[in-house]
Design a protein around this ligand. Structure first.
Ligand SMILES: [Zn+2]
Length: 243
């Protein structure tokens, strides 16, 4: 089993950001974890090619949660590669499939009235953008503790907080955690993702404590990339944070 971290770049309001989808693979299967914004497909194909991988060989996509930067390109990928199976948590599947309204959109709408007038226009644009994200059918529902003997082995760890249905992926062989947005690397430190975007901040601490029970040598964060420091201490610190 191997994995590659992709550096997927995008521009937002003139600023360049990098997000990190991960490809895990062996000689049988290739699994992409999260897939970027709606226009990400050609970039993903190029980045995989740079790593000597071919998107034609992709067999599965895992979506860690239904935020636009994680599932935005999903519909376009499945249109072009219809044999790829979509995997997501049982809790998140109705949002990915469009049966339930995006929780990020619900959050955006709930704060709209309290925003200062000069922020309302951009908030409206953001809400319209969220509404434009295409929905896709989920083929395989994931639950906490599910194990797959594909690409070596990987295990689904439910890590609610950022969103209720959020999952992380644990690769026991290499003691690697693909954290999605359960964790981020900021200025070299492993931390809980921006509290402003965490729908349940107490949940993020409970999830950090849960993750601290695993043997983790490296964490791949969607925002911030690879962290190889003292994961256990960082998680305990997060679990015990006051606010
Ligand atoms: Zn994100």
């Amino acid at each position: 089993m191997s994995y590659k971290i992709l550096d997927l770049k995008f521009d937002q309001n003139g600023v360049r950001f990098t997000i990190n989808p991960v490809v895990i693979y062996d000689d049988q299967e290739m699994v992409l974890v999260d897939c970027g914004h709606p226009d990400a497909l050609p970039k993903l194909e190029g980045l995989m090619k740079d790593e000597g991988l071919d998107m034609e060989d992709l067999t599965k996509i895992i979506i860690t949660h239904h935020d636009h930067d994680h599932m935005g390109a999903l519909a376009s990928i499945i249109r072009k590669y219809p044999n790829v199976k979509v995997m997501a948590s049982t809790i998140d599947a109705p949002y990915i499939e469009g049966k339930e309204k995006s929780l990020r959109l619900v959050q955006a709408e709930s704060i709209y009235d309290s925003l200062p007038e000069d922020q309302k226009e951009s908030a409206k644009r953001f809400a319209a953008y969220l509404e434009s994200i295409e929905h896709t059918k989920v083929d395989i529902l994931l639950n906490d503790g599910d194990r797959f003997d594909c690409c070596g082995e990987f295990e689904i760890i439910a890590t609610p907080g950022h969103m209720p249905g959020h999952i992380s992926i644990y690769l026991p062989e290499s003691k690697t955690l693909i954290s999605g947005d359960a964790l981020v690397v900021q200025k070299g430190e492993l931390e809980i993702a921006n509290p402003q975007y965490s729908l349940d901040i107490e949940g993020t601490r409970v999830s950090a404590l849960k993750l601290s029970k695993l043997e983790i040598d490296r964490v791949v964060c969607y925002h911030g990339g690879l962290y190889t420091g003292d994961v256990h201490s960082a998680l305990i610190k997060m679990a015990n944070a006051e606010n």
